[in-house]
Design a protein around this ligand. Structure first.
Ligand SMILES: Nc1ncnc2c1ncn2[C@@H]1O[C@H](COP(=O)(O)OP(=O)(O)OP(=O)(O)O)[C@@H](O)[C@H]1O
Ligand SMILES: [Mg+2]
Length: 603
């Protein structure tokens, strides 16, 4: 990190800390007070020794001793109070800043476009949000005050020592290069070893998390043996790295301790001589010993704290970098807010699109979706149907061409007001940890109980929800009751129903249900599509026969367009796909009952 960036990052952190200036100032004042207190205690002892030396026990001496005792009592009491303020107040500032930063990071992440998430691992983003923001606390509550206090202490002690005897003071400097050397060795070898241990721990965590979520697969493929070995390997690696770090620490710590104690040797040897020669008063000799620890301590601390300072700045820098990331899809300047319900006419003009990595997925797509019409997208898997659908709510912006809603380029609309016009049932349904009710209300948090139940009924979800142990209050999601694929789909349809938007996008909304349920859902969707512009994606072609227009995608482009009859009349991909499916599902096609049901569903 360059010097200028370091200053920039520090300013960035202090920007967040500004709101907690009061507690920081209190903490710093308390810390300065502590330095003063720590310097006072040896001075009092020195006074005592000086008075005892050649003094006589009389009334005056008794008063003097009492005064000193009371004085040191006051000093220690003061130290206790100051200690509280210095340690608590700096943490108040530190953890408040961490909370602010985390909030800010989350809001920022939420605002970033899906493109940002394409090449990111959830674990990595979580670690940035949690671990890197912790560095702000380290910086504000420990590193910055640490540098300040230790520097002050060093200056203070030096002044006191020099004022007593500058020659002896100079001599006590002798061990300092050794201490610094020992500390640098510590920083160079021991800390990286601990970081390595941290990494091994993260790896162990990741492996465990992966294996526990994939426990079904492990059992199904009888991989218990190999997987246990793999985990065991990580456990061993963690132990080894931990022991290595501890071994290095055990090696370096005595060395640091040894070099700091050299000072005592210097004072005994030189100080003792000076005292015998009557050059140094005994009181000063005693004070020298007492101050000595106060002298080497900040020397040791400073190098540790400086390192901590660097490390936390690096963390803060990563946070700053992430916050610098601009959302790719965002409101233009002067974006138009759609106040009312949009008409729902969609127009794609020469649309091309590709993801950040990889080649063109869609090329030169021209498509007109009239208001209140039902348009179906079909085509082989991986052709780009989901991709095309995700361009409409601007999950991604088109790379070329444009998409218009009621004649206006959607990029000129306010993102939020655009997305309010669109209800989506996604191909991969995601339910949040929470109750069924909360998950349905996700579509429109303000809806009443009656409206919510009505939506569930339309989605044909009401019946199965009633049978759950706690009905609408059943907790679902990762830590709750697991729903089947079809149940999840119906919940997500209920969610979309509740949203009641003029544009409806259904991506494989009936893919994971049985034929009967499919018909029920089909029925529900039929009701839902009335008065809405609908884009429906389905592999099972029987479900889209009634669409006003069927669009066939192949190889990045639209290859056919028309209604079922028109497309069947041509000898194209659509007819081919239909024929293949008819061969696979002859029962479904021939069963009179189901055909009747289907007809009733569509009429
Ligand atoms: N987030 C993404 N990042 C990069 N490439 C993607 C992403 N999502 C999809 N793709 C790629 O874009 C292409 C189209 O994918 P898409 O999901 O749109 O296909 P699809 O037609 O919906 O397929 P399916 O019928 O299986 O749902 C595929 O080649 C896929 O690998
Ligand atoms: Mg898809």
């Amino acid at each position: 990190m360059g010097e200028c960036c370091r200053v920039k990052t520090l300013l960035f952190v202090l920007g967040y800390a500004r709101r907690y200036m009061t507690s920081m100032v209190v903490a710093i004042i308390a810390m300065i007070g502590l330095v003063g207190v720590q310097l006072t205690a040896p001075a009092i002892i020195r006074e005592l020794v000086a008075a005892v030396e050649g003094g006589v026990w009389d009334q005056g001496a008794m008063d003097f001793v009492l005064r000193l005792a009371l004085l040191i009592l006051a000093v220690y009491a003061g130290r206790a109070v100051l200690r509280f303020f210095s340690s608590y107040m700096s943490h108040v500032a530190g953890w408040n800043v961490v909370a602010d930063v985390r909030r800010r990071i989350y809001e920022h992440l939420q605002g970033l476009s899906l493109r940002f998430y394409e090449d990111k691992q959830t674990g990595e983003l979580m670690s940035r949000t949690i671990n890197d923001s912790d560095m702000f606390e380290r910086l504000i509550a420990h590193a910055v005050p640490g540098v300040l206090v230790n520097a002050l202490m060093l200056i203070g002690v030096t002044l006191v020592l020099v004022s007593m005897n500058w020659r002896l003071s100079l001599l006590t400097l002798i061990p300092i290069p050794l201490i610094v050397l020992a500390m640098r060795g510590f920083a160079r070898y021991v800390r990286p070893a601990f970081r390595q241990r941290q990494q091994e721990l993260a790896d162990l965590n990741a492996t465990l998390a992966d294996n526990l979520s994939g426990i079904r697969e492990i059992k199904a493929f009888v991989r218990e043996g190999t997987e246990a070995l793999r985990v065991s390997d990580h456990i061993d690696r963690y132990r080894d790295s931990m022991l290595r770090a501890l071994r290095l620490m055990a090696t370096f710590e005595p060395f640091v301790e040894f070099s700091s104690s050299l000072g005592t040797i210097v004072v005994i040897y030189f100080g003792g001589r000076l005292a015998f020669q009557q050059v140094l008063p005994i009181a000063d000799l005693v004070a020298f010993f007492l101050y000595l620890e106060l002298f080497y301590q900040p020397v040791r601390n400073l190098s540790a704290v400086w390192e901590q300072f660097q490390e936390s700045l690096a963390g803060a820098d990563r946070v700053a970098e992430m916050l610098d990331e601009e959302p790719e899809v965002k409101d233009q300047q002067g974006a138009i807010r759609l106040k009312e319900r949009a008409g729902g006419e969609l127009m794609l003009r020469d649309v091309s699109f590709h993801y950040s990595r990889g080649e063109e997925v869609l090329e030169g797509i021209n498509l007109h979706i009239p208001q209140n019409s039902v348009v179906a997208l079909v085509g082989p898997t991986g052709v780009g149907k989901t991709t095309l659908a995700s361009l409409i709510p601007r999950f991604y912006d088109v790379c070329e061409g444009c998409i218009e809603l009621d004649g206006r380029d959607i990029r000129t609309l306010e993102l939020e007001s655009l997305r309010r016009q669109i209800a989506i049932v996604l191909q991969d349904v995601f339910l949040f940890h929470g109750t069924v009710r909360e998950n349905i209300l996700f579509g429109r948090p303000g809806a009443t109980e009656a409206e919510m139940i009505e939506a569930a009924k339309i989605a044909n979800a009401h019946a199965f929800i009633e049978q759950l142990s706690d009905g609408y209050d059943t907790v679902i999601g990762e830590r709750g009751v697991k729903l089947s694929g079809g149940q999840k789909q119906r919940l997500s349809i209920a969610r979309a129903v509740l949203k009641d938007a003029p544009i409806l996008i259904l991506d494989e909304a009936t893919s994971s249900v049985d034929t009967e349920t499919e018909l029920l859902i089909q029925e529900a969707l039929e009701r839902l599509m009335v008065g809405r512009t609908t884009l429906i994606i389905a592999h099972r072609l029987s479900t889209i026969r009634k669409a006003d227009m069927i669009v066939v995608l192949e190889g990045r482009r639209i290859v056919e367009m028309g209604n079922h009859q028109q497309l069947m009349a041509r000898d194209g991909l659509y007819r081919h796909l239909n024929e293949v499916q008819a061969r696979i599902e002859p029962l479904q096609e021939d069963e009179g009952e189901s055909r009747d049901l289907r007809r009733s569903a569509f009429n």
